[in-house]
Design a protein around this ligand. Structure first.
Ligand SMILES: NC(=O)C1=CN([C@@H]2O[C@H](COP(=O)(O)OP(=O)(O)OC[C@H]3O[C@@H](n4cnc5c(N)ncnc54)[C@H](OP(=O)(O)O)[C@@H]3O)[C@@H](O)[C@H]2O)C=CC1
Ligand SMILES: O=C1O[C@H](COP(=O)(O)O)[C@@H](O)[C@H](O)[C@H]1O
Length: 509
């Protein structure tokens, strides 16, 4: 099938799904976007490229202006260099993008810097009647609340819509999160606040709602009667190189599990929402999260990578405190105590410096009744979030031929093959567009955060405390601590026979 045919087929068969847009006002014209922390890593790698991609597709509000703000003093040439460093696209479009962008430096505390920012924004707005302002906080959490206050006091628009987009981490435990949320809430209304968890912008995570509730057979099988265990796995092939200082304060559980993987779990396990509206979806997520008790110490396996070949160990990083017991790998099991999932282990695994780059959800079904079979492999539904989105169902089939022999095979939906030439938006692109549309569905509500921290805070305090468990060492580039298979087996996971591997490895695409 040609690329064009594939695209047309995908579009022509698209089902009609009610709009997920919600009550929020859509920002159309007359908007200024201010990126705070514009000199930083997130801004250059994610925020500006996402804004550019939307701009290039004509998806930003008409006459939009983008303003970078940070303490670093730099001239326009230097700012444009940083702003466009990670942007890939047509040169003339990049030049147009620069024309709608500008930079101003200032402090994060005190009013002076924000007053200058206000003057700059007002100059760009000219004599507009409506003055919509979006503030994107690409800043370390230590300055979130100070900046949020400064913006509200000095740069808040009295004649238009204001939105503030905030990045994780939202606190370090239940108490600090509550403190941060209440300080933010004192300044910014919930409907003005967009808390980003960028996993909610990933295509496969957004697909979960449709997969679960748009396929009657799947929904029927998603429960304790059919499912043996669920694994949500996050693997990165690189260590904390250069980010050791930040990472050591947080560890892998706060960095990835408490937010990205728990958000994934909540959408995977929740009941069907009443509608696709933001509040209905988030109500169901909160409900399922409330059914999960705090993680028990006995359900946790921690690891820390050590040097292998020319690859340094975590403790070899100069920015990491000597003797740190910060986990760079964690496996843990969560239990969802509701009628659908009672007794089904949800195993989360996340690690840095592992053997591959992969994020996936693996739902392993129970054994087929043995009777006529001996040792037939289990069905598994795998949702590959990255790289190369795919959904495949491992199923047994008769090997063609005269003899009746069952072999493991798969029903395979590999996006690159099925949705040829279809643009899959980057997570940040999708989320920033949602914020412009006023759609909160893919942003984190404050009560979701509260319940998420309740699940993780006890083990985090244990890990941070004086009786901190020593993480198991694992070599850089390995599958993790050697105890990992024993850990997953303990919860009923059975590995597919060695001779089976899914044929669409990312390398083959
Ligand atoms: N980088 C990434 O890929 C991701 C980042 N995030 C989150 O996004 C936010 C920003 O991350 P990132 O861009 O990596 O952070 P950076 O460390 O690059 O900080 C961003 C900017 O904030 C200012 N800054 C840095 N440290 C301080 C400080 N101690 N006090 C005041 N200002 C400071 C600096 O600007 P200046 O000195 O010029 O004012 C810096 O350029 C964080 O909350 C992070 O957790 C989330 C997901 C991914
Ligand atoms: O938030 C974070 O996510 C990244 C992984 O994001 P991905 O989109 O590349 O999967 C992780 O590397 C980082 O440590 C963490 O802070």
């Amino acid at each position: 099938m040609s690329g064009e045919q594939g695209r047309k087929r995908a579009e022509s068969t698209a089902g009609s799904i009610p709009s997920m847009e919600t009550s929020g006002d859509q920002l159309k014209d007359e908007t200024v976007v201010v990126v705070l922390g514009a000199s930083g890593d997130l801004a250059k790698k994610k925020t500006f490229p996402a804004l550019f991609a939307l701009f290039a597709q004509g998806l930003l509000p008409k006459d939009v202006h983008i303003v970078g703000y940070a303490r670093t003093k730099m001239d326009e040439a230097e700012f444009y260099k940083r702003e466009t460093q990670y942007i890939k696209g047509d040169d003339s479009k990049i030049e147009e993008f620069k024309k709608i962008s500008s930079y101003i430096s200032g402090q994060y505390d005190g009013d002076e810097g924000f007053q200058e920012l206000l003057k700059h924004v007002q100059k760009l707005e000219g004599d507009r009647q409506t003055k919509n302002r979006v503030f994107y906080m690409a800043l370390p959490p230590s300055v979130f609340t100070t900046v949020a206050k400064g913006l509200k006091k000095n740069v808040y628009s009295e004649s238009g819509i204001n939105r503030i987009i905030v990045e994780k981490p939202f606190g370090k435990d239940l108490e600090s999160c509550r403190e941060m949320m209440s300080e933010l809430k004192a300044q910014w209304a919930e409907n003005e606040t967009y808390r980003i968890d960028h996993y909610l912008g990933k295509e496969m995570i957004k697909n979960l709602l449709v997969l679960r509730f748009g396929n009657v057979f799947l929904d029927a099988a998603f429960n304790k009667n059919f499912v043996s265990n669920v694994q949500i796995t996050f693997k990165e092939p690189f260590g904390t190189e250069g980010r050791g200082g930040y990472f050591d304060e947080f560890g892998i559980i706060r960095d990835v599990c408490q937010n990205h993987l728990l958000q994934t779990l909540s959408i995977l396990a929740m009941e069907r929402p009443v509608s696709f509206s933001a509040e209905d979806i988030r109500d169901e997520k909160v409900k399922v999260l409330r059914s999960i008790p705090a993680i028990a110490q006995k359900d946790v396996l921690l690891g820390q990578y050590v040097a292998e070949g020319d690859k340094p160990g975590y403790l070899d990083d100069d920015t990491v405190p000597k003797g740190s017991v910060c986990p760079t790998f964690a496996a843990m099991t969560l239990w969802v105590n509701n009628p659908r999932w009672e007794g089904v282990p949800f195993i989360m695994k996340a690690g840095k410096a592992l053997n591959e780059s992969k994020v996936e959800i693996r739902v392993q079904f129970k054994d087929a009744l043995q009777g006529i079979f001996t040792d037939i492999p289990r069905n598994e539904l795998v949702m590959r979030i990255q790289p190369s989105e795919a959904v495949y169902l491992k199923m047994n089939a008769k090997l063609p031929g005269f003899a009746t022999r069952a072999v493991p095979t798969e029903l395979d939906l590999t996006y690159k093959k099925r949705f040829v030439d279809t643009n899959i938006p980057q997570a940040y692109e999708a989320l920033i567009l949602d914020a412009f549309k006023g759609d909160h569905s893919n942003f984190v509500r404050d009560d979701e955060l509260d319940v998420a921290w309740k699940i993780f805070t006890p083990i985090l305090h244990w890990i941070d405390g004086k009786d901190a468990p020593k993480p198991e060492p694992y070599p850089y580039g390995s599958r993790g601590p050697k105890q990992i298979d024993e850990f997953t087996n303990k919860y009923g996971y059975k590995r597919s026979p060695q001779e089976y591997s899914w044929p669409q490895t990312s390398a083959s695409l």
